[in-house]
Design a protein around this ligand. Structure first.
Ligand code: BDR
Ligand code: CA
Length: 335
């Protein structure tokens, strides 16, 4: 019997979150203990619905329960905004109504299951407190609101956490000229998590942009010939149709499936090329609000290092892992 890594995912599903969830549910190396949802790509009612859709699509509704989390970021909705502002800070309430992936409904055929009654933060705290120290890895791939709330509400969870492997941040940016989306939605929450003392691996935009997929990769995945591989290919192409990097790089249509790379790095840490360093979030509410500040040259001197920050990732290893997870799942179902 192989040892599985026990994880909890925190998601804002979102089409790349959906691929990440599918991989976590189907990988034989992972035990997914539950999923919490958060406002981000969509308002939380819809990220929750999309998460339930994916759980049911993968047939995991008996073992993978879904807990609804925060509706708004911790503090950024309190910003005074004018619409006339020169600052790159839109009206934060609009975040909760946005649809960043044109993914209002993940296109699964049926949807009959329900979220749990317990809230995400209460479930996170109770589950972590009743676990062994260092037993559970958290994999947040949306804004850090739920994780920060849980840490603030009950800091006894912190030593319980084995590691936090997050998709967030980067020197690269995709929301403002300097901020990555998950950090930008809730910068204060990100800073709370970064300074928590937990072991943190940051699967950044710099990593996900180097580990992009192509439409050929999507077709390779589809050719596995299961309903899951078909859905996975559709989700990759759907994400690719909402935004890609070809305009800033070259003519290749590059599709970064950010959140699934974070899941891959839980079982294959060497897929990420990381440096251990001091890392912060700008919470100064000016041009750089939500920027990841990464001390690559150790300029902060004595400040403790807190983060394995990824500078790049191994694209081929990532794509091959997705194919392997889906092929093994197919073999197991046919056995
Ligand atoms: C991150 O932002 C979200 O839109 C994606 O789901 C991913 O988690 C990438 O910046
Ligand atoms: Ca996400």
């Amino acid at each position: 019997m192989r040892d599985k890594t026990k994880i909890i995912m925190d998601v804002d599903t979102g089409s790349d979150d959906a691929v990440a969830l599918m991989m976590a549910m189907l990988s034989e190396d992972i035990e997914l203990l539950g999923v919490t949802t958060v406002n981000g790509n969509l308002e939380v009612a819809l990220t929750t619905e999309n998460t339930l859709r994916m759980v049911e699509f993968c047939g995991k509704q008996d073992t993978v329960k879904v807990y609804r989390g925060a509706e708004y970021p911790l503090a950024s909705t309190l910003l005074p905004t004018t619409g006339q502002s020169l600052l790159p800070i839109p009206i934060r309430e609009s975040i909760a109504k946005a649809d960043y992936h044109h993914a209002t409904h993940i296109p699964t055929p049926s949807f009959t299951i329900h979220e749990e009654k317990e809230s995400a933060v209460v479930w996170l705290i109770n589950t972590l407190l009743s676990s062994e120290d260092g037993e559970i890895t958290l994999v947040p791939v949306g804004p850090m609101t739920n994780i920060a709330l849980a840490m603030r509400a009950d800091p006894r969870i912190i030593p319980k956490i084995r590691e936090i492997v997050m998709m967030a941040g980067g020197i690269e940016a995709n929301e403002t000229p300097s901020a990555e989306f998950n950090v930008w939605v809730d910068p204060e929450a990100m800073e709370i998590v970064l300074q928590s003392g937990c072991k943190i691996t940051m699967c950044t935009l710099d990593a996900t942009h180097t580990a992009y997929l192509t439409s050929d990769d999507a077709e390779r995945i589809r050719s596995i010939g299961t309903k899951e591989s078909d859905m996975c290919a559709d989700l990759i192409l759907k994400y690719g149709s909402t935004g890609d990097l070809s305009n800033v790089l070259d003519e290749i249509h590059r599709i970064p499936i950010h959140d699934a790379l974070a899941v891959c790095s839980v079982v294959h840490p060497d897929v990420l090329n990381t440096i251990y360093c001091d890392c912060h979030t700008d919470i100064g509410r000016s041009f750089a609000y939500g920027t990841t500040i990464v001390d690559r040259r150790n300029l902060s001197g004595d400040r403790p290092k807190n983060c394995y920050f990824s500078l790049s990732a191994d694209r081929q290893k990532f794509v091959d892992w997705i194919v392997e997870v889906l092929e093994k799942d197919k073999a197991q179902k046919n056995a």
